[in-house]
Design a protein around this ligand. Structure first.
Ligand SMILES: NC(=O)c1ccc[n+]([C@@H]2O[C@H](COP(=O)([O-])OP(=O)(O)OC[C@H]3O[C@@H](n4cnc5c(N)ncnc54)[C@H](O)[C@@H]3O)[C@@H](O)[C@H]2O)c1
Length: 351
């Protein structure tokens, strides 16, 4: 049995990862570490304790907590770490960058320090979950490869870039067995409703206008969360030490087109609901430093890891929209006072 530490396992991608890897990797025991910030939700992991009694446990802990993290490493004798824990929302990083440095940089370095102490065996791997945003913005053409120079635009992406540089330094300086994955925008169940797709669904179901930044022509590259997580497992098992792997599904969409697809899908799925009205789109003041376009070239992961995204956008978005309609209770429960306060601050221009 392999004992794997998954940090940030109560968040969107992490909780999907925990469910998927417990199902697919029968010889993995997963220890989740999560501080349960506003974005972490234990409900995302409901049922796992009963279903996987001996292969799953949860620890409420902050990745910055040196004593707590070192004690956990001492006790659990991990075979590897997969670090999803992060402050992950660009807009929040513009409102308050410091916590992004604390969690994404200091927290990651704390985990690296614990790994340096307890992972004497070079077989034990530290996998850093990074993002395509470290590469900055593209114009109309081209895609990010692993050779693209890092050039972050927002405090969020700057903090993720800094973490990546520390991860790489730990392999060069201390020989730590590290791998980094950089993925494009994820979508799927359990995503906190401040992120584009669930945010638009929530607004539409509440008969509120849908705010779109600028003229909506910014392009994002989308991947269904299970495909990202399958790539994560492959990188953890087959990635070469010190290497970076881009993960993506070659699925670029302009924001405005994505919002229109969401509206069409909602109309189809809710045609029997009399209270649902087609929402209006409101263009709002652009986000400062808004990257124009992201596009991930996943060729290296395809070639070296055997990675291939399997879920088409059509299938993935249909599943995702159905999930948010059927799990309205889930997102209504997590929309707290703090969240409403944040939305008010962020989108006051949309009113
Ligand atoms: N969402 C995307 O589209 C996307 C794309 C590429 C990469 N990523 C990366 O994937 C990872 C997960 O993203 P997500 O969208 O699931 O984020 P999320 O915000 O949904 O989840 C983050 C999780 O980390 C936990 N966390 C935050 N600070 C912590 C701390 N100090 N100690 C312990 N736990 C802490 C939160 O409680 C939460 O459970 C992040 O590293 C992010 O940079 C995300």
């Amino acid at each position: 049995m392999k004992n794997i530490l998954v940090t940030g396992g109560a968040g969107f991608i992490g909780s999907n990862f925990v469910r998927r890897s417990l199902k697919l990797k029968k010889d993995w025991r997963i220890v989740v570490l999560d501080a349960l910030t506003y974005a972490g939700n234990l409900e995302n992991l409901n049922g796992l304790e009963d279903e996987y009694k001996d292969r799953y446990s949860f620890n409420k802990l902050d990745i910055k907590d040196k004593e707590g993290v070192f004690k956990l490493f001492e006790r659990e004798n991990f075979d590897g770490v997969i670090n999803f824990a992060a402050e992950s929302h660009v807009d929040r990083s513009i409102l308050g960058p410091l916590i992004f440095v604390e969690t994404n940089v200091l927290g990651t370095v704390n985990l690296l320090e614990a790994s340096r102490k307890y992972f004497k065996d070079g077989e034990k791997r530290f996998l850093q979950i990074s993002t395509d945003e470290v590469y900055g913005a593209l114009g109309e053409d081209g895609s990010f490869t692993e050779e693209t120079k890092v050039d972050p635009s927002s405090p969020y992406s700057a903090s993720k870039t800094s973490a990546d540089l520390f991860v790489l330094a730990y392999t060069r300086t201390y020989g730590l067995n590290v791998v980094i994955t950089r993925c494009c925008n994820n979508y799927g169940p359990y995503q906190f409703p401040e992120k584009l797709i669930p945010f638009m669904i929530k607004r539409a179901l509440d008969n509120e206008p849908l705010p779109v930044y600028g003229d909506g022509r910014n392009v994002r590259d989308w991947i269904y969360v299970d495909d990202h997580n399958d790539g994560t497992i492959l990188a953890f098992e087959k990635g070469k030490i010190g290497e970076v792997y881009n993960l993506g599904a070659r699925c670029e969409k302009r924001n405005i087109d994505l919002v229109k697809i969401i509206i069409e899908k909602l109309k189809n799925n809710l045609k029997d609901r009399k209270d649902f009205k087609e929402p209006q789109i409101n263009f709002v003041k652009d986000r400062p430093g808004h990257d124009f376009r992201y596009s991930i070239d996943p060729s290296k992961a395809e070639r070296e890891l055997g990675f291939k995204a399997k879920v088409s956008f059509e299938e993935g978005i249909e599943k995702t929209i159905k999930w948010y309609i059927e799990n309205e209770g889930w997102w209504r429960r997590i929309i707290s006072g703090e969240y409403l306060e944040y939305v008010k601050k962020q989108y006051e221009d949309a009113k």
